[in-house]
Write a protein that binds this ligand. Structure first.
Ligand SMILES: [Zn+2]
Length: 282
């Protein structure tokens, strides 16, 4: 019987994708497919909707400071695990995984450099490393950077990107960093030296409630999420709908928390102007 004869197969060979992986990035805001080279050339800002993508700490330093002016401090400081923390992932494993993924040793890079020829101390947190959260090492490195600025009578710039706030893997030790960084800032302030705090998406919780929130001048990138507790938790707690744009840079500017919103492409020249204004003779 031919009815159940040998079926005829057609072998379809799928052509290998012509576009190599990693060449395109989808915009997280407008879903536009962006050619990576275009995105890089545009300082990782979506050319269509102006969405500011996350930047790594070294990328940020490269686009902010004068070329070859950066000297890094405390590069090799590593986190201990004072609580021997064990969750779904141990703290040690989490540290090792994020070190591998980001090539960083910790969530902050600190040092000295110049912008428009004006010397400055700079610290940049990286939201890719345990959400840019502040543990003992982040707190210690930032405090040392501030103390270095005070000692050398230099302005201070801290660029924050932290969705994590205080790092709960270290419990109380991470909370202590909030007071420590602010105490160091108080000395810097008493010496009448300027501190520019730059808030990028996201800057939240214990980071926002400590050093990031007390700048003499507070600058935000457009549409950055800035706040203490996330909007969902607040809505659940107060049982009210939050206003549109709540906790975004534009909302914060309107309500006086942020002094200016600066597009990434204008950040360097804005900082150069500010540094020139606050320390014209250096
Ligand atoms: Zn976009």
């Amino acid at each position: 019987m031919a009815l159940f004869g040998k079926p005829k197969y057609t072998i379809v060979r799928l052509k290998k994708k012509e576009i190599p992986e990693g060449l395109w990035t989808k915009c997280e805001s407008c879903s536009e497919s962006l050619y990576n080279k275009t995105l890089e050339d545009n300082l990782k800002v979506c050319p269509k909707c102006n969405y500011h993508f996350v930047l790594g700490a070294y990328e940020r330093i490269a686009i902010t400071l004068d070329k070859n002016s950066f000297t890094e401090h405390d590069r090799d400081m590593l986190s201990a695990d004072p609580l021997d923390f064990k969750g779904p992932k141990t703290y040690k494993d989490k540290l090792a995984a994020d070190q591998r993924e980001t090539g960083l040793k910790e969530a902050v890079i600190c040092g000295e450099g110049a912008i428009g020829g004006k010397p400055t101390v700079i610290a940049v947190t990286d939201s890719r490393f345990i959400m840019g959260s502040m543990g003992s090492v982040v707190g210690e490195k930032i405090s040392r950077a501030i103390e270095n600025a005070t000692k050398k009578k230099l302005p201070l710039i801290i660029i924050s990107g932290s969705g994590g706030g205080a790092r709960m893997y270290e419990g109380l030790f991470s909370l202590m960093q909030m007071a420590k960084t602010c105490a160091a800032l108080a000395h810097h302030n008493r010496a009448k030296l300027p501190f520019i705090s730059i808030l990028t998406n996201p800057t939240m919780a214990g980071v926002m409630a400590s050093f990031a929130g007390v700048g003499d001048i507070t600058i935000a990138e457009p549409h950055a999420l800035i706040g203490f507790t996330g909007p969902r938790v607040i809505e659940q707690t107060i049982r009210q709908k939050l206003p549109p744009g709540f906790q975004r840079s534009e909302f914060m500017l309107e309500h006086g928390f942020v002094d200016m919103i600066v597009h990434r492409k204008n950040m360097k020249e804005t900082l150069a102007l500010l540094l020139d204004y606050v320390s014209p003779n250096s």
